[in-house]
Design a protein around this ligand. Structure first.
Ligand SMILES: [Zn+2]
Length: 383
């Protein structure tokens, strides 16, 4: 066990520290998103139109407002397994090139409209093979869609860049193939790899072959770990698989104790794993609303992101699934403003954390920080 300093302010000593977040400030501020699922962010109206076009008959309703509400209600079950069942309806309509181009383009446009300047969006190509597309054709379609969406956002005066993460499903056996796709498309906008799906019973070590291949290829990957499952899944993701980042990682808090009584009240002790994660600056892709829906956190106010940010872990803020959580990155920021008093300075901190942690080349990360993010916040913080 190591003893950490007592909780305290992060102490930027900056004029922006006290600027409270408002919905318009949270939306205007340049933001960076590292954990967003393409199949979790469709517009409800698009789901309905694509279902009509493809003959998909499984939707619970054909009214866009009702469908949006249905997704967030169905996803709020308190269990990761139940939450994941809602994806049948989005993946079900993502089976043609036209559908994939449209969904990817609208994703880029919607994120840009929310003030996101850089996003890493992930999806599992193996889930779009129900008709006649090959894995390569799926990836090509989504890449074309992102480029189209970036261009459409630019035409409406907003600049966004999308990096793609290809996901392999942890219960399936295609991870090596998907990892090879990541390497094949690394010069065409695919920046990394991920595994996702139900954690219990499907440890990341089932996919060691894929991770070892990626490491030999000097490629980047993140792993969904420590969401529904505790410290062992985080430990495996880092120490067996070699993940660069942790998808969620919220249960790392189980390795942290905060004394709540006596003379050492407020003293924080980190276990070996939590200390390793903080010392190595392992990025945590935290998704507060999604975690409350799946039961990984009891409420936003009790979400470990408040403590982890105070302890200066490499915290990043993310949406996970905008449709299932009825959320946006600016809304997540507002929730933390309300729960923990996060200010504009905290938004800048978490944004720069995310940009530093992206899978883009270092010089490109730096350029976005120096030329887009810092000037963007300076403009908002100016008197
Ligand atoms: Zn996720």
């Amino acid at each position: 066990m190591s003893v950490a300093p007592a909780l305290g302010e992060r102490g930027y000593g900056d004029a922006m520290t006290s600027l409270a977040l408002t919905p318009s400030l949270a939306q205007t501020a340049p933001k960076v998103l590292l954990h967003d699922h393409l199949d979790g962010g469709l517009r409800p109206a698009t789901v309905i139109e694509l279902a009509d076009a493809s003959g998909y008959a499984g939707l619970p309703t054909r009214d866009p407002g009702e469908l949006g509400a249905w997704f967030s209600a169905a996803a709020s079950s308190g269990s990761l397994e139940e939450y994941l069942t809602t994806f049948a309806h989005t993946v079900g309509v993502m089976q043609t090139r036209e559908a994939l181009v449209r969904v990817a383009a609208e994703c880029a446009e919607d994120l840009a409209a929310d003030g996101v300047v850089y996003a890493e969006v992930r999806y599992a190509p193996e889930l779009s093979l129900e008709q006649d597309l090959s894995l390569v054709e799926v990836v090509e379609a989504v890449q074309d869609g992102f480029r189209l969406g970036e261009a459409q956002a630019k035409a409406s005066g907003r600049s966004i860049r999308i990096g793609t993460l290809l996901t392999a499903m942890r219960h399936a056996a295609r991870s090596r193939e998907v990892a090879e796709l990541v390497v094949a498309f690394r010069d065409d906008g695919v920046v990394g790899f991920d595994i996702a799906g139900a954690e219990a019973g499907f440890p990341p070590t089932r996919h060691l072959d894929a991770f070892e291949y990626l490491r030999r290829e000097n490629a980047h990957f993140t792993i969904h770990a420590g969401e529904a499952f505790g410290l062992p899944s985080i430990w495996e993701a880092l120490q067996w698989c070699g993940a660069d980042r942790l998808g969620h990682g919220v249960r790392i808090v189980d390795d942290i104790t905060v004394s709540d009584s006596g003379s050492d009240s407020g003293e924080v002790r980190l276990g070996r794993l939590a200390a390793y994660v903080r010392d190595k600056r392992i990025p945590l892709e935290m998704c507060p609303t999604s975690n409350v829906q799946t039961g990984a956190a009891a409420s936003i106010a009790e979400h470990p992101i408040g403590l982890l940010a105070r302890l200066r872990f490499r915290v990043t803020l993310n949406t996970d699934n905008r449709l299932m959580s009825a959320t946006s990155l600016s809304r997540e920021l507002m929730l933390l403003g309300e729960a923990f008093g996060w200010t504009l300075e905290d938004a800048r901190w978490v944004t720069i954390n995310a940009m530093k942690s992206s899978f883009l080349p270092f010089d490109e990360r730096l350029a976005l920080i120096d030329e887009v993010i810092k000037p963007g916040y300076a403009a908002l913080g100016a008197p």
